[in-house]
Design a protein around this ligand. Sequence first.
Ligand SMILES: Nc1ncnc2c1ncn2[C@@H]1O[C@H](COP(=O)(O)OP(=O)(O)O)[C@@H](O)[C@H]1O
Ligand SMILES: [Mg+2]
Length: 264
Amino acid sequence: MKKPYVISFANSKGGVGKTTSCISVGCALAAAGFKTLLVDLDHQGNLSDDVGRGDENYTITDLFEDPKFDTNSLVYPALDGTNVIPNLDVIPADITLAVEARSAERFRHRLNILEEGLKRLKIAYDFILIDLRPAIDLSIENALLITDKLVVPVDMDRRAIKGIDDLFQVVREVRRNEDFVYTLVKTKVNESHSKMKKAIDGYISEANYRVALTEIRQSELFKQATDVHRPVMHFAKNERPYRDYKSFTKELLQQIEEAEGGKK
Ligand SMILES: Nc1ncnc2c1ncn2[C@@H]1O[C@H](COP(=O)(O)OP(=O)(O)O)[C@@H](O)[C@H]1O
Ligand SMILES: [Mg+2]
């Protein structure tokens, strides 16, 4: 497998489970022994908050302010409350990113700031997972250019489906290429809303989107975990969210292995 393998979580719609998926897959990979780095590229910093790093001295803004910045000093161990989560690190973000990503436009190699910065990391990560905000700016373009696989969470709402085409259009433009690897993953799935689910399923199969077999079911535990700023994988170990994301992560790993095998 390519190392580090970069997975970005994106959808043009907010609230679909991008951040939740990014952290949960990260926790599952880390628990399986993969050295994993989470990169928060949303100035709202939700991901940073949920791994206890919402208020740090350094953030990803420092890199976009100074492309030569030592990225090693941006890396913090991810926390569950006060406990360090083994194998899981994070580069946090905060509100300053919103402004800085714009002023970084002045740099000559502006599209490769993130790529070059991550290359300077001393820790050899197996996976780098990037949480994208639902917009397009320089930092997001930087991320899309180094993404090996895109994970697109879609909740059971028609607007999340609409977000897919918008997103894919942007990805093609930024990468100047029709080809990219992605998978949709259904989130907040509630079987009792069967009419809505059928409509969404119908749309996904009609558009012929690649979609993960694992569905992430709706659960109150997600909100409870968010409220206390803890990763749901640790807050509700062995419960439904934990089992769903563990299974989705396994499927992701299989997809990646199969794709890499096919390349030989
Ligand atoms: N499968 C799910 N079931 C119920 N609530 C969920 C689920 N996934 C995420 N949530 C909740 O939905 C809200 C938005 O999720 P989040 O991951 O922040 O979305 P995004 O990053 O796409 O904006 C959060 O409060 C989160 O706890
Ligand atoms: Mg988010």
